[in-house]
Write a protein that binds this ligand. Structure first.
Ligand code: FES
Length: 116
């Protein structure tokens, strides 16, 4: 049986919100709730402190990598000084083709959001 963890009251899960719950970053993007494992594949920043961009991607708070929250794949590599390293972004994107972020299941019960 999958373990279930409480995230927050459903009223707090408004579009663009990201919260941490156990091993997951749980949020709302493009009108859908999502849960992905919360350590960035680059240098392990906490993705629960990230933001949702206009395309509904989860953006890492440290170096701006972006993740597709449906697939768990990195769609843009690390930015800033890391963007100047040839092939680095492509390498990390390739890694997440094989090892995407894990995805959890988000459910609402009785006005509370849970992830399992
Ligand atoms: S730790 Fe996420 S982009 Fe660097």
């Amino acid at each position: 049986m999958a373990s279930r963890r409480e995230v927050c009251p459903a009223s707090e899960m408004t579009p663009g919100v990201v919260k941490g719950a156990g091993r997951y970053a749980v949020g709302s993007a493009d009108g859908e709730l999502f849960a992905v494992t919360r350590r960035c594949r680059h240098l392990y920043a906490d993705l629960a402190e990230g933001t949702i961009d206009d395309d509904g991607c989860l953006t890492c708070p440290w170096h701006g990598s972006k993740y597709d929250v449906e697939t768990g794949r990195m769609v843009r590599g690390p930015q800033g000084v890391f963007a100047k390293i040839p092939g680095l972004g492509l390498a990390f994107k390739a890694i997440t083709l094989v090892l995407p972020l894990g995805r959890g299941t988000v459910v609402e019960r009785g006005g509370t959001i849970y992830v399992e």
